[in-house]
Design a protein around this ligand. Structure first.
Ligand SMILES: [Zn+2]
Ligand SMILES: [Zn+2]
Length: 378
């Protein structure tokens, strides 16, 4: 994912329609909502970022501004834009109903004053094998960050020279315009609000004071990571400006799909074929275990198609459980799928016909009775 890529955050293309953006947002917000991921810090961070991306991309004016000059958005961390606890939104229906109002005044801050600027947050994606995500892994990522140029130490001025205070605004970065009763401040046009001007730009960074680099970072992915789990490495993002602190590096995990296990929160779901005889009589069946090997599961007699069985603790470890202790791992949910034989031998057929005679059952009686009653009532 590119640095500060709001489209990437919402997993949509740059040309996405408003409707596509809205749908992507709803899907992601539902997945990462804190209510659906209790005590999952990474999900919460991701949730905030999703909200930030949606706030910008759902608003035509902000989106145009972002498309034209994404740099102006880089310095805004998701927290900076949205400072509250996600729970303040209440349930999801509230959230989807009125985000426009909620975010109305979110963008603010002093404009144009030369001051320390926090470095950009940088997001990179790391691909993990199923087992790595389940057990945790230490991996190296290459993060595209901006660092202060070594030649000019970030000032942008050619070595041997230094930026000097802007004469136009006396180094304030803003200019006041008298409007009668009050003075209006606007960014200084000469220095672009920087407060300083560079007369001889540093050749290495062309006066920007910054260079783009790929920083190699070792990151510890916690056991139980899933798609979209975000690990925050504080201060490992881009360097700050004018003495500001560096941004953070976020590593988002992308987990390889497993052929049989489907991840649902901290649980895994597996579908187990069960013969109709096993389902009727009850059986002890062998099913695969996410951590490897198999486990045995007792099915009661009369197991119905689609019935789910929970194997406690056989799912994924809860992220952060090592810190808080007592964090129970998720479960393995086994869904029974009744398999009916496609062909029968002559003897099997006789046995089943004998069974049909024996039971002489009326399985659709209820269905037909209900529909008849409905018909008569109308
Ligand atoms: Zn330089
Ligand atoms: Zn100026």
């Amino acid at each position: 994912m590119a640095v500060g890529d709001l489209y990437g955050v919402l997993e949509v293309s740059k040309g996405a329609t408003r409707e596509e953006i809205r749908r992507a947002y709803r899907r992601l917000a539902r997945n990462y909502h804190p209510d659906a991921n209790p005590n999952d810090k990474a999900a919460e961070e991701r949730f905030k970022e999703i909200q930030h991306a949606y706030e910008v991309l759902s608003n035509p004016e902000k989106r145009r501004e972002y498309d034209e000059g994404p740099r102006s958005f880089f310095g805004q961390s998701p927290q900076g834009t949205y400072g509250g606890n996600p729970r303040d939104f209440g349930d999801l229906s509230d959230l989807f109903g009125s985000f426009g109002d909620v975010f109305g005044g979110a963008r603010g801050g002093a404009r144009g004053r030369p001051q320390a600027v926090r470095g950009d947050d940088v997001t990179v994606t790391v691909n993990l094998k199923f087992k790595e995500a389940l057990e945790g892994a230490t991996t190296r990522v290459s993060a595209p960050v901006e660092e202060a140029c070594e030649d000019c130490r970030g000032t942008g001025a050619a070595p041997g020279t230094a930026p000097r205070p802007c004469p136009e605004c006396a180094g304030r970065g803003v200019k006041s315009r008298d409007q009668g009763f009050f003075a209006l401040s606007e960014p200084c046009g000469r220095c672009g609000g920087e407060g300083t001007i560079v007369e001889k730009p540093c050749p290495r960074c062309a006066g920007g004071g910054r260079l783009r680099k790929n920083r190699q970072v070792t990151v510890r992915i916690p056991a139980g990571a899933k798609n979209g789990t975000r690990v925050r490495l504080a201060g490992r993002g881009s360097a700050g400006k004018k003495g500001g602190p560096p941004g953070d590096l976020y590593v988002t995990t992308q987990v390889e799909e497993h052929p049989v296990f489907e991840r649902r929160g901290d649980d895994f779901v597996v579908e187990a074929p069960v013969s109709f005889v096993e389902a009727a009589l009850g059986a002890e069946i062998e099913v695969p275990r996410p951590s490897g090997g198999t486990l045995r599961l007792k099915l009661p007699a009369g197991t119905q198609d689609g019935k789910r069985f929970r194997v406690r603790g056989a799912g994924a470890p809860k992220i952060g459980s090592s810190r808080s202790r007592g964090g129970e791992p998720g479960d393995l949910v086994v869904r029974a799928r009744i398999v009916v034989p496609k062909t029968l031998t002559r003897r099997e057929k006789e046995i089943l016909e004998a069974l049909a005679d024996e039971r002489d059952e009326d399985v659709r009686g209820e269905l037909l009775r209900l529909s008849r009653e409905a018909e008569e009532a109308s």
